[in-house]
Design a protein around this ligand. Structure first.
Ligand code: B16
Ligand code: MG
Length: 219
């Protein structure tokens, strides 16, 4: 039976908390041009691509670098970040995620990833969640970053589900904006203060029941 609904999960901040690893790696990279990245600034890098994150940090630092140095900084940051990623295990999955994925899957609904990260497949493998996903849309498959809806529209297409029947889980403001632009149902996870545009807000998946998801109607 073809299911009407499709579920799209962001990765960082929704499935796992990789923001803490991005922070450590960006802090090290920024130290190279004598800049001390703060926690508040790191918050603004959530959901932002690697290249755009480095552009933002350089702007905050009032620093300019050659294209060659830019590429080197981004590559070193990623290598550093991956040393943390490679230590990840199932224990790094955020509370309630595996349970809700299990229920959605058992009911036969398609599930897709919708992430800005180019490392998404590696992270899902590390934490053992790859088999839950029917489609993976990540930083390797999009040309326009969130808040552009491209990442979620490709996910809908891959799941063969109409965008208005898709439900998106996001922790970043740009991600909620992207989901709303795609005319999807947006569910914000985390601080509701930063996610005011979300259709629904929850602090974690422990608060979301499958019955609630099942009864959601297109807006
Ligand atoms: P990478 P998401 C985003 O993941 C992160 O929130 C953001 O901090 C990071 O810069 C971006 O992925 C790109 O990650 O360097 O691994 O390609 O929230 O869209 O899953
Ligand atoms: Mg995120």
């Amino acid at each position: 039976m073809k299911k009407e609904k499709g579920f799209i999960f962001d990765l960082d901040g929704v499935i796992v908390d990789t923001a803490k690893f991005h922070f450590l790696a960006w802090k090290k990279a920024a130290a190279e041009f004598d800049f001390e990245l703060t926690h508040t600034q790191n918050e603004q890098l959530k959901g932002v691509s690697r290249v755009d994150s480095l552009k933002k940090i350089l702007k905050w630092a009032n620093a300019e670098v050659s294209q060659e140095k830019f590429n080197e900084l981004a590559a070193n940051k990623n290598a550093d970040y991956l040393t943390y990623v490679d230590k990840m295990t199932e224990a790094d999955i955020l509370p309630g995620v595996k349970e809700i994925l299990t229920e959605i899957k058992a009911a036969g609904y398609p599930i897709s990833l919708g992430s800005a990260s180019k490392n998404a497949p590696r992270i899902l493998d590390k934490v053992g969640l790859t088999p839950f996903f029917d489609a993976l849309v990540d930083g390797n498959s999009v040309s326009k970053a969130k808040p552009d809806p491209e990442v979620f529209l490709i996910a809908a297409e891959k799941m063969h589900v109409q965008p208005h029947n898709c439900i998106v889980f996001e922790d970043a403001e740009a991600g909620i904006e992207a989901a709303n632009k795609a005319k999807m149902i947006s569910i914000g996870l985390g601080n509701p203060e930063n996610l005011k545009e979300a259709d629904y807000n929850f602090s974690s998946f422990n608060e979301i029941t499958f019955n609630f998801l099942k009864q959601l109607q297109p807006k």
